[in-house]
Structures are given as C-alpha cells and as structure tokens.
Ligand binder design. Structure first.
Ligand SMILES: Cc1ncc(COP(=O)(O)O)c(C=O)c1O
Length: 364
C-alpha cells in the first residue's frame, strides 16, 4: 500500500479511499456509479460553488439541480433543498464551502433515504469539527486549497462500492500531456472568471446557458485516469499528518480578523476545529466589493471575489442569495500567505467600506 493510501485510511478510518486524477474526477465517479445503480436523474448542488462541480454532474450523465445558499454560511439552504427534491433526485453534492461545514444530519432529514449524499470536502479536508458522514466523500489536493499535492480522492463505505468505483476509474481515458493540461486549466479559469465578470457587469440580471455546450471541450482536463506521482503523494500524506497545525494557523488568522472587523461587516462565522479555507465577507453592494478588492490589493494582500453562481452559466437565474453573494462578497486569505501585520489595516478598510452604505443589493 502506498504512503498516501495508508495515510487516507488513517485520517478517514470509516472509509476506503480511491485516489483520482482530480477532486472533480472523484465526483464524476461517485455519480456515474449512482447513475448505473439508480438510473439517470438529478443531483442537487449549491449555486455558489467551484465551476467544475456542476460540470462533474453533467459528465456523469446526470443533470444538476441548482439550489440557493444561506446568506449566513454560504452553504446549501435546507429550505431550497427541500423544495428541489423530486422523484428524479439521485444525489446531493453537499459542499463544505470555504471550510464552513454543512450539517449532514440536518441535510439527511430533508432528503429521502434513497438519495445519496456526496460530501464534498475539497475545501475542508483536515477538519476536526465533524467527522465525515456522507455516502461518499470527495477530496482535492492542491496548493491552492487546503491539503497540497496533486489529484483527489473519493472515499466510500463498502467493499462493493470500492470495487465498482475502481472498475470505473480504470477505464477512464489517460490525461493529456502536462503542457496541454496546463493550457486547458488556464483556458478554463479565464473562460469561467471572464463569463462571471461579464454577468456581474449586468447585475446578474440574465443567465447565459453556455456550460452544457462547452462541457465536452473541457472534459479531458477533469475526467481522466489517475497516474501515480510518488513525490506529490508524499506531500499530500505529510500535509494530512500535519492537519492540526495547518488548522491552528488558519484559526489564529481567522480570530485576528474577527477581532478587528466591526459589527457592521457581515462575515461567515467558523467553529473551532473547522479547517478554514478562506474567510468570506459579505459587503452590501457590488461597488463596495470592487472597492475592497482595490484597497486590499493596494496594501499588498491577497483577496478575491471568486464566488461563482454557476447556475447562471446553465441559464438558471433563480438563486437570489447566490446572486447577492456573487455581487457583494470577497474572500480573505487565512493560510500561510497571510501577513498578520496587514490584518488590522485590511479590517479598517473593510469597516470603512461597510459603514458607507451608499448602495445595497436587493434580493428580489
Ligand atoms: C468545493 C470544490 N469541490 C470540488 C473541486 C474540484 O477539485 P479539483 O480542482 O481537484 O478537480 C473544487 C475545486 O476547486 C472545489 O472547490
């Protein structure tokens, strides 16, 4: 058994791990298996999510059913899930967005027992808050998220699932060469961020159903067989072993922001033990969002507004909290790239921007 598989077994003792080309591939495999077992249908997914997640649903042969999110946590709204469930529902992709963990016990109460929960821990791996409880668990390893390395994993609960997932994984196409993968990855990033920025200039009043049409072009980037890379696997295994110290550093940065942000600034509250990816702050207008990006970058700190209301790229404009988040939210860094000396100044900027409420985003 290699070092990564061994560590995954140790970190997630209730599950059997299958290492994959990417986290997205892991979602495709779990849903492909469920499509074969239950028949074609829908997978519920939050509108505010990494753009490859609904594409994974499309690539598996299922249809994404978008749900709105909760403005306090940015996580799937349970009311929205309740309204979306139908006889065609096969699975819910339960995303622990930005490290804030969704309550799976509550989620289970609003979906029928036949609906599988795919717990997407790409942004929360290494948490000590609530142990994973999904029917499948998805991990993604990348310097840009929480646990570094390359690739991803799907964790499953039974030997049957493990054998079936391995059989599906084995027949995936080989990935393109590394240079082509790199080109595809930057094309995907430019394409999705460009389209979302364009939609923001129109206040997200209209959607643009381009994702179903372009899905096949980007499939080789995400749906491929895993080619083992021992050095990267060792990086991931080591990070999983050090999860407690990664978590502690992020928690410390989060607490420093929380101490300096005024009551007028709305931000996602985390619980101790969660592995925080980024700290989401919700400002009251798109103008405030752009102002925050400019001012914080001018101070030399990292910040982004990469909140993707992906449903818009499927032509669905119904999720109004996701729209408000896309127009008004920003991400603050809490990882090792955070400069603690800049935190008080960044918070002062945000406090000031939040105080000048010259525009607010309506929720109608
Ligand atoms: C919540 C979430 N799920 C899944 C993925 C996909 O992981 P990968 O980039 O390894 O394909 C991402 C990527 O950013 C993500 O943020």
């Amino acid at each position: 058994m290699n070092a990564l598989v061994e560590q995954l077994r140790r970190s997630f003792p209730e599950y059997a791990p299958i290492v994959t080309h990417r986290g997205t591939t892991a979602i495709v495999l779990a849903l492909d298996l469920e499509r074969r077992r239950q028949g074609v249908g829908e997978a519920i997914v939050p509108s505010t999510v990494c753009p490859s997640v609904p594409l994974a649903i499309t690539w598996s042969g299922m249809t994404p059913k978008f749900c709105d999110v909760d403005p306090e946590t940015f996580l799937l709204s349970l009311d929205s899930v309740r309204a979306a469930v139908s006889p065609r529902t096969r699975a819910v992709v339960a995303v622990h967005l930005f490290g804030r963990q969704i309550d799976l016990a509550q989620l289970r109460k609003v979906v029928p027992p036949s609906v599988k929960i795919i717990e997407d821990a790409a942004q929360s791996a290494g948490s000590a808050f609530d142990p994973p409880a999904g029917d499948y668990v998805i991990l993604s390893f990348s310097e840009k998220k929480v646990i570094p390395g390359r690739g991803g994993a799907v964790l499953c609960r039974s030997e049957q699932d493990e054998n079936d997932l391995r059989a599906l994984e084995r027949v995936l196409p080989e990935p393109p060469p590394a240079d082509v993968l790199g080109e595809l990855a930057s094309a995907f990033r430019d394409y999705t961020t460009g389209l979302h920025d364009l939609l923001r200039t129109q206040d997200l009043a209209r959607g643009m159903p381009v994702f179903p049409a372009m899905a096949e072009h980007f499939r080789p980037l995400y749906v491929a067989r895993y080619l083992p890379q021992a050095a990267q696997e060792e990086v991931t295994a080591e990070a999983l072993r050090r999860a407690a110290s990664l978590r502690a550093q992020r928690w410390q940065h989060y607490q420093a922001y929380a101490a300096h942000l005024s009551n007028e600034v709305g931000y996602v509250r985390f619980r101790e033990g969660e592995m925080i990816w980024r700290l989401p702050v919700l400002l009251g207008s798109h103008r405030a969002q752009l102002l925050a990006l400019t001012q914080v970058r001018r101070r030399g700190a990292l910040i982004s507004n990469h909140y993707f209301p992906v449903s818009w790229l499927y032509g669905d404009v119904s999720c109004q909290v996701a729209r408000r988040i896309a127009l008004g939210a920003i991400n603050l860094w809490v990882d090792s790239k955070t400069n603690p000396a800049l935190l008080p100044e960044i918070c002062r900027d945000l406090n000031e921007i939040a105080r000048s409420r010259d525009q607010t985003i309506s929720l109608n």
